[in-house]
Design a protein around this ligand. Structure first.
Ligand SMILES: Cc1cc2nc3c(=O)[nH]c(=O)nc-3n(C[C@H](O)[C@H](O)[C@H](O)COP(=O)(O)OP(=O)(O)OC[C@H]3O[C@@H](n4cnc5c(N)ncnc54)[C@H](O)[C@@H]3O)c2cc1C
Length: 484
């Protein structure tokens, strides 16, 4: 019997796992996919929003501002790429200047620090590559983060502090007997059972399905897709801040921003769709994004685009995070409608949930020994002296596997043997950037497959690109004896 089961290992589940691992509790996390951060958390803008967008008095506003203030230290502690580069909301005419004024006042009411309204000239000085504007809202506290690395790092810390992570476990039933929960999960065609006194539903866009196992959800999920362009680092300096347009009914609009890794990201759009899993990208929506972004900046060179991708927003008819106890028992907390700014808010959401669980009777005793930090070796960031030393200790750091990003065999091996081991090509990519560059793994993927297979003593044919079943190799084209 666990004290707490968390369903879902996105940014909310992993933030909560890290927070709960500070206490003397037995905690497990059940995740459907073969890696953490494989849902919406890996496919979003990666912006640490300042907090002027949500309406004052909402939980969204409070958690956004608190979360924003927590992310910087968290990224330092966990060695996660983060840049506090500030954000601009551009106004192109007098009407939009009124929206800027409203957002400024909302930000002040929400407690957002370092907000100001800039003139068109000031914007041009800050961002010379933008098209001329009337003015902008400048929020210095905004930033960019690597969302999947933040989630992975938090789960690594949680695991090192005793949390048990079970991947490829799809929760398909929950019952409550008045004291505890019995949870069933599908794993490799079998059904496994888990028990816990407290349960947290952090299943993202599928939170309604998990909630429906125990009570009728008080909302209707309307999945909403956002598509993107990711451009090469050659475009990464086109703008320095996160550049938004004025928000509309459809959301925060199309942004242009450097990413935490130094690429340029352009998007997203916003389209409702019935399917929670359809992350396809389409030519018409990408054309829409290019046209919309051209209003902010007409200098983006899409010939340097290296990838398109899409993420699914967990949306409903309510414009608010729906963090609530189950009407059946306070021992279950649902995290529903965690749309943007869910990534920014996630550390604060975790604190909120811990407080809710405590109010529901969970006893929190701090551990004497809690490991707060975590480090990942990044060869390209080391000094010449440090590089020499690490290669002397482990020659695998002297072999570059991903040429675009300068990622060494040592880093890939470290990812495969990390506290949340990478077992797929994309899991390696998410941990050490191999395959994130201009060629998107064209050159290094076969070597990465070889290294994963070697390190895990598995057949190369069994290594997937990403989700279960995404096999890369199906057999040999030439048998050994057929070679000339
Ligand atoms: C296009 C887009 C742009 C965004 N931009 C930003 C931004 O710039 N800044 C920001 O702050 N926020 C942003 N967001 C919002 C942010 O990405 C989300 O709020 C956040 O990632 C949600 O995290 P989560 O943990 O709730 O969900 P997820 O990351 O989806 O995690 C849920 C997990 O639950 C698992 N799961 C589901 N069902 C089951 C089951 N039955 N059993 C076991 N596991 C299950 C899933 O596999 C998944 O791993 C954006 C969202 C989108 C879609």
């Amino acid at each position: 019997m666990y004290d707490v089961i968390i369903v879902g290992a996105g940014i909310c589940g992993t933030s909560l796992a890290r927070e709960l691992s500070k206490y003397r509790l037995s905690v497990c996390c059940l995740e459907r996919e073969n890696d953490v951060a494989d849902g919406t958390t890996k496919a979003n803008s990666g912006i640490v929003h300042a907090g002027y967008d949500p309406l004052p008095g909402t939980q969204m506003a409070k958690l956004n501002v608190v979360g924003n203030a927590m992310v910087e230290q968290l990224c330092k502690d966990l060695d996660v790429p983060y840049r506090k580069n500030g954000s601009l909301v551009l106004a192109f005419d007098d009407d939009e200047m009124k929206t800027i004024q409203t957002l400024y006042e909302r930000g002040v009411a929400n407690g957002v620090p370092d907000l100001s309204i800039l003139s068109g000239e000031e914007v041009a000085k800050l961002e010379p590559n933008l098209n001329p504007v009337k003015g902008a809202l400048y929020a210095k506290s905004a930033g960019v983060v690597s969302p999947w690395e933040l989630a992975i790092a938090q789960m690594e810390v949680a695991v090192q502090n005793g949390v048990e992570l079970y991947l490829e476990r799809e929760v398909n039933g929950i019952t409550w007997n008045g004291e505890s929960f019995a949870v069933t999960a599908a794993h490799n065609g079998e059904t496994e059972s888990y028990e816990a006194r407290y349960l947290v539903n952090a299943a993202g866009v599928d939170a309604d399905t998990i909630e429906s196992f125990i009570n009728e959800p008080p909302y209707h999920t309307k999945p909403n897709k956002g598509q993107y362009y990711l451009l090469d680092k050659s475009q990464g300096n086109l703008v320095h801040t996160v550049v938004f347009q004025c928000p509309s009914k459809l959301g925060k609009g199309v942004l242009v921003s450097p990413t935490a890794h130094g690429n340029l990201i352009v998007g997203p759009d916003s389209v409702d769709q019935p399917d929670k899993d359809d992350v396809s990208v389409t030519a018409d929506r990408l054309a829409f994004i290019r046209n919309a972004a051209a209003r902010s900046c007409s200098k983006i060179n899409y010939r340097d685009s290296i990838r398109n991708f899409a993420g699914i927003r967990a949306q409903s008819e309510q414009d608010e995070f729906l963090i609530h106890y189950s009407p059946v028992t306070n021992q279950m907390v649902h995290l529903a409608n965690i749309k943007s700014p869910g990534l920014t808010s996630s550390p604060a959401i975790a604190l909120e949930v811990v407080e809710m669980l405590q109010k529901a009777g969970l006893v929190l005793e701090e551990k004497d020994s809690y490991q707060t930090t975590r480090r990942f070796p990044r060869f390209r960031e080391l000094s010449e002296e440090e590089k020499k030393r690490i290669i002397e200790k482990d020659p695998r750091y002297g072999r570059i596997i991903c040429r675009c990003e300068s990622i060494t065999e040592g880093e890939i091996v470290a990812a495969v043997h990390s506290p949340v081991p990478a077992t797929t090509v994309d899991a390696v990519k998410r941990r050490c950037n191999a395959g994130m560059g201009r060629c998107q793994g064209g050159f290094c993927s076969p070597r990465v497959v070889e290294i994963i297979a070697r390190e895990l003593h598995r057949a190369p044919e069994s290594i997937c690109k990403d989700k279960a079943g995404s096999y890369i190799l199906i057999g040999k084209t030439t048998k050994g004896e057929e070679k000339a």
